[in-house]
Design a protein around this ligand. Structure first.
Ligand code: WT7
Length: 649
């Protein structure tokens, strides 16, 4: 954290700022700076004005009931999120493109709102026919194909909560998540295309649900056509067969404001992922409002978020936020470098994308590939760029604005989490003066602060823990099946204040500069991985006695996983074993968790009470001088490690 703070310091001295251009400000959805004060004076009224723009079967009696740490938003209201994302637009946008989809092999398809309506209704009826009812959980493990948002919206329509699992997760991870959510239905595909290869999704599912499982039925989308022989009679059915006879009308279920909309697993500081629960009305209002104001969505925008829907970014800002706004949302199935490194820019040119929302790790990768790739394409349709997932280094911010945004468009850095459901800290592009590397300020109505250990505001110019001091509509309501962990993780450090586990600094203007996680969570290319998950995957291997994992700074990925492993008596730390262990982690969790480096060590550095000192392991991995070693039980351990590996960098 100290180093990042130092580089930010250096940048601040440089002082580059980008106020909104008069042309952008003039046309922006919000350009009145008083909006911040107005929202402060009456934040409930502020959120309810967005809610008034949406459709309700019954309006709320109370905007917010706050019984810390439990919030209820729009209490007493009845609505349906699928109705708001689809049906609501049929009167005025029936033939407007809702989803523009491009597959990796180059196939593409446009769904108008009317098309989307029919497909969502049909699939909702399919699920009803399979016995799915309100309150059930449905697990979805699909590639980036249109059936994914269709299935999510169909769940929302009938009141079943979806649990989407990112296609990169392994059979073990799928199994844990299915078991935790007790889903009866699993929706998957035979495979997905990724960098010219086929991701064997159906095979992974078969492995995940072999033996005892709550899954009774599996719906399979045919995408790659390579796995027909894997269909199991009595359990598996093709999506297209089921859709054939299904009715194109399905009344949306009137849902209570606080009914669960979905759950989404994310990593915490233990080995067990948390099923973050989001509910109906607040989530809808929060994602609607932030998409409208931060991305400045307009009727003729072509909005593209490059994330995978398997992560919260895709839930909130490919599906729910844009569609509740009646926007055109672009979806791309594959990899940015297939068939060549200009694939993304070709997509922007082809569909005339006006807004692009991506991650710093992707921007840094493109920087490394070089300007020649974006230069091959006409990117002049772009009018706004966004960033999310990890702190964006100022160099990447400036490169993005210059080489993708033609040095003319605003770049909004948006801070939020799976738990927050919606963006909480970001510029309003028609108002805010941008600073490369800063997410700037909390969205109107959001009360964020930076505090010290004791919970006191550190004030301007200082650093500490980022906290949120007032409820916001899309906030998580609980951890599925584990209400104690919900309280413990987020609400126990400071009374009645949400603890983000991120470090932050505020500059003299009050702008926020995010500094990364302060807990044992690693952020690899914007994917959250817990050091504990990697450690338990490693000790699961028969040769491993003990292990400790850390995040090491990485030029492209932000952070990379590095593991230290103690082998069982008599086992040799060969290169073969090293590779085998890396593979083992990828098989247990998913390839994004594969350690970049594994170091074998006779012992791990521990305090006298037995706590592993990860800080010292980070020093070793990053080739730094060792920090304070006085609390170590045996200082020799880390010295030996340093000697062995210290000059590898
Ligand atoms: C963690 C949340 C929110 C969607 C993607 C990640 C980091 C996220 C930023 C940003 C600095 C950021 C934080 C946060 N993070 N956005 N703009 N600047 N850090 O969701 O997997 O729940 O991870 O990502 O550390 O706590 P997630």
């Amino acid at each position: 954290m100290a180093e990042q703070a130092a580089s930010i310091e250096a940048l601040l001295e440089e002082g580059r700022t980008f106020p909104p251009s008069p042309e952008f400000a003039q046309q922006a959805n919000i350009n009145d700076p008083n909006v911040y004060e107005e929202a402060e004076r009456d934040f409930e009224g502020f959120w309810s004005r967005f809610a008034d723009e949406l459709s309700w079967f019954r309006k709320w009696d109370t905007v917010l009931e706050w019984d810390p740490p439990h919030a209820k938003w729009f209490v007493g209201a009845k609505t349906n999120v699928s109705y708001n994302c689809v049906d609501r637009h049929l009167a005025t946008r029936r033939n407007k493109a809702a989803i523009v989809w491009e597959g990796e092999p180059g196939d593409w398809k446009v769904y108008t709102y009317w098309d989307l309506y029919r497909e969502v209704c049909q699939f909702a009826n399919v699920m009803k026919g399979l016995g799915v009812t309100k309150g059930d959980r449905v697990t979805i493990y699909l590639p980036m194909v249109p059936e994914l948002p269709i299935a999510m919206l169909a769940c929302a329509r009938i009141g079943a909560a979806h649990s989407v699992i990112f296609g990169g997760f392994s059979p073990d991870s799928i199994r844990d998540r299915i078991e935790d959510s007790q889903s009866k239905l699993l929706i998957t595909a035979d495979g997905g295309f990724r960098r010219g290869n086929i991701v064997p999704l159906k095979r992974n599912c078969d492995e995940a649900i072999a033996g005892d499982t709550t899954i009774e039925q599996v719906v399979v989308v045919r995408r790659t056509g390579h796995a027909d022989e894997l269909m199991q009679g009595g359990r598996d059915q093709w999506w297209h067969d089921l859709m054939q006879g299904a009715s194109q009308k399905c009344e949306p279920e009137p849902m209570d404001a606080e009914d669960m909309l979905y759950m989404l697993y994310t990593s915490g500081t233990t080995g067990k992922p948390k099923g973050i629960v989001h509910t109906t009305a607040g989530y809808m209002v929060g994602t609607y409002a932030t998409a409208k104001w931060i991305f400045d969505l307009k009727e003729d925008d072509v909005y593209w978020c490059t994330a995978d829907i398997g992560w919260v970014t895709g839930h909130s800002y490919i599906v729910y936020g844009p569609l509740s706004n009646g926007a055109t949302t672009v979806m791309y199935e594959g990899s940015p470098d297939f068939p060549d490194r200009d694939r993304w820019w070709s997509i922007i040119e082809k569909y005339g994308c006006t807004i692009c929302y991506t991650a710093p790790t992707a921007i840094r990768t493109c920087m490394r590939w070089g300007e020649e790739y974006p230069e091959r394409h006409d990117l002049s349709s772009l009018r706004l760029l966004g960033s999310v997932g990890e702190p964006i280094n100022p160099e990447a911010w400036v490169w993005y604005r210059k080489n993708i945004g033609g040095d003319r468009v605003p770049v909004v850095d948006t801070w939020w989490q799976t738990e927050t459901g919606m963006i909480l800290i970001a510029p309003l592009p028609g108002i805010t003066t941008l600073k490369p590397g800063s997410a700037t300020r909390p969205f109107p109505g959001v009360l964020a602060d930076v505090v010290d250990e004791a919970g006191n505001s550190v004030g301007l110019g200082a650093g500490g823990y980022l906290v949120i001091k007032r409820p916001w509509p899309a906030m998580l309501r609980t951890i599925y099946g584990d209400p104690e962990r919900f309280v413990e993780q987020y609400w126990s450090r400071y009374p009645n204040i949400y603890f983000t586990a991120d470090g932050s600094k505020r500059d003299a203007d009050g702008d926020f500069w995010l500094l990364g996680r302060v807990d044992d969570v690693i952020n690899v290319s914007g994917h959250r991985i817990s050091t504990m998950e990697v450690e338990s995957a490693l000790v699961d291997h028969p040769t491993v006695a003990e292990s400790a994992s850390i995040g090491k700074n990485h030029e492209i990925k932000g952070q990379a996983v590095v593991s230290f492993v103690t082998l069982k008596e008599g086992i040799d730390g060969t290169d073969d074993l090293l590779n085998e262990l890396k593979r083992h982690v990828a098989t247990k969790i998913g390839s994004m968790a594969r350690p970049d480096d594994i170091f074998f060590t006779a012992e791990l550095p521990k305090t006298r009470s037995g706590k592993i000192m990860r800080r010292l392991l980070r020093d070793v991995a990053e080739g730094r001088a060792l920090g304070d070693t006085t609390t170590l039980a045996d200082p020799g351990v880390v010295e030996a490690l340093k000697e062995q590996y210290g000059d590898e960098e």
